[in-house]
Design a protein around this ligand. Sequence first.
Ligand code: C2O
Ligand code: CU
Ligand code: CU
Length: 501
Amino acid sequence: MNYDDEKRPPLIGRRELLAKAGVGAFGLLSGGLGAILPAAAKQRQAKGPVLSLDIACERDTWPIFPGAETFVERVEMSVREGDASKLRAIPGSFAGPTIWVNKGDTVRARMVNNLYQPTILHWHGLVTDEHNDGLPNDAVARGESYDYDFTVGNRAGTYWYHPHPDHYTGPQSYYGMSGIFVVCDRHEQSLSLPRGEYDLPLMIADKLVDANNQLQYGSNPFVGTIGDQVFINGRPDFTISAATRVYRLRLVNGSNARLYKLVWSNDLPLTVIGTDGGLLERPVQKPYVMLGPGQRIELWADFSDLPLGESFKLRSLAFEGTAVGFEGSGIQNGTPIDVFSVRIDRQEPETLTLPTTLAQIQRYDKASAVNASHPRNFPITFDGGFYFNHLTYEPGVVSKHEVVENNTLECWEFSNRTGNIGIVHPIHIHGQSFQIYDRQILPEYRDAWEGVREGYVDEGWLDTFMLMPGESAQLLLRFGPFKGLSLYHCHNLDHEDMGMM
Ligand code: C2O
Ligand code: CU
Ligand code: CU
């Protein structure tokens, strides 16, 4: 079937919802506005291997369920130059391919937009200069292209890519335009971690599917689009057919709005080895793990003692996530849902044992933050929409409060203060990984918080963190090395599209 653009569910544009003085992006300056980098990047001499990609953003239909094909938007990639094994398509799926690179590799790409709306791809978690980040102001119209050229300097870890145009990030992500970007390095290769077919990147995204097999977007502009079934890497009812081995599961929450409270249904220990920015110092056991949109978690999943034929699930438990004030409107966060199934279908010997140390993480010292005694405050407020500091996104506009100096360590405090509208927000900051220094909760929100807080993995490097209603968090961030515009926003993509950016 052909998707008719006019039939797309109406998008709620924040400019229709509000009229506010606008700010949202933040700038990294040293020496005033004139120091912002020029946007255009010339092709540089690469030191390491180059992976050159051709990327096409396409509207398409896909056979997902029996019967009518499903309208999707997807990212098609092919290797123009470099090691073709670094790009791995997901067989039979509309989801974007997985990119596997080594730290030090240079990625070049030409992205062509064949969608009807503007788009731009963002490399979530990667540290790049402004031109290569994929910011909303760089979105290109149908038929136009955008060139990327950057060297991967991140720690080994699980990153991802998704569209990032102003207003259309939610629907384009929902219809399928995201994928996983794995970075490997030497240190990680020296560890006894599962590799190859035992190292699985898994993109989690919940969907609502109508009777005609179409993905339903925009169920609730305030709560965000929340589905009643999970797709893994673009496939519904996903089952890992596993051996009696240890697996490294790289979970990416690519959902628009849903947060997960993850446990194994068979009480297998939940062993976390990594977060957004790569490996933890040492593995941690959790009773459950919270995973908000944009966040990643890596699990050491030891199936080696399980009997042949055992079937079980990774599932998300209920938690108090209902948006106070929007109770009647569609499926809420905190409703339980099954994420994927595992079936042990073959016996294989396993020799790996869980490493006791994984990596080194140097904890930032709050006392050496330039604003240690006066953290920069980012209160989240509600006034017909969600805002930081009562301000909404305007392309390229930076408030004084959002100008930071390059190469400094700062303390930022985000606090979820939306009065009697209680809703959880996953907050993402572009440009560097950071550390959580501290979290606090207002007394009247403590009960709901107690149901999630043991699932925070604040030991690791993060680029996204969740904030429950009434919660505040202090982060320590070191800005740099690139100067120029950057971004922070809510990674509830429907909030982001409404201007919470
Ligand atoms: Cu995952 Cu600004 O994005
Ligand atoms: Cu990002
Ligand atoms: Cu939000």
